[in-house]
Structures are given as structure tokens and as C-alpha cells.
Design a protein around this ligand. Sequence first.
Ligand code: IDP
Ligand code: MG
Length: 141
Amino acid sequence: MERTLVIVKPDGFARGLTGEVLRRIEAKGYGLSALRIDTPDRERLARHYAEHEGKPFYGPLVDFMSSGPATFVIVAGDRCIEGFRSLAGATDPTTAAPGSIRGDLGRDWGLPVQQNIVHGSDSPESAEREIGIWFPELAAD
Ligand code: IDP
Ligand code: MG
């Protein structure tokens, strides 16, 4: 069964949107296979966001993601990586389609990093790599 790593980011957690995000995942039909609330540490965030190192929003992104509690979720289901990315919507919450999590619940706050409520892995390789960072006890062999 395919797995993906979803994070309700600190903005979504602080706004009380964890339940709404989980509701949409479950309503879509995917399963929740692990869940933890934690304030992300900078060392693991640097590994998680390594592809973005050097970009102008990288420092603000790590600051934002380590600013408070987030909810980490392993979601399971056939094609759930693609499916959750569709539920999440485009990265920019201003242009994310209405009906998506970011389109319905997110907005621009005029900050150097987009606060867009959720993270979702973008490929099977990313999903297993990210699950290994945040849920090492549940990593694939
Ligand atoms: P994704 O979360 O839609 O996969 P990525 O390109 O992987 O988007 O970027 C990771 C995160 O970095 C985004 O979710 C968003 O919070 C932030 N981000 C990405 N691109 C920009 C940008 O151009 N300006 C500000 N923040 C950005
Ligand atoms: Mg990404």
C-alpha cells in the first residue's frame, strides 16, 4: 500500500485546522496509519527541506516550521501521494483552487515564506525518505 507523509504545519495547527485536514483525508477514503504532534526541530527540517537550501525562502521556511507544534501523519492508500497533493492544492494559497485545503483555508500573509497549512510528499521516493526522517521507527526496510 502506498504511503505519504502529511504535515499540518504550525500555521494550520495554531489555527485549529488539524481536524479539518484529517477530516478531508478520511472523507477522501485514505487511511491514517500514524500520527504525532511535535514541534519540528531544525536538524530534521534541514534534512526534510534539503532540496530548497539556498533559495530565498529557505531560512524563513525553517524558522516558520520550527515555530510551534505541527501534526505529522502517515497517510495510506493507493495513489495517496498524488491524491493528497490534489487535496492540498497549489503551493501559493492565493492561487490554489477553491475546494482544495490551501485554496479554501489558506491566504497570503505578506511574509517571506508562504504559510500554506499542509505539507504532502511529492513522490514515492520523497515519501519514504520523509517518513524515515519523522517516523524512523516506521521506515521501510
Ligand atoms: P510544496 O509544499 O507545494 O511541495 P515546495 O516547492 O516543496 O512546495 O516548497 C516547500 C514550502 O516552501 C512550500 O509549501 C511553502 O511553504 C514554501 N515556499 C515554496 N515556494 C515558495 C516561494 O516562492 N515563496 C515563499 N515560500 C515558498
Ligand atoms: Mg514540496
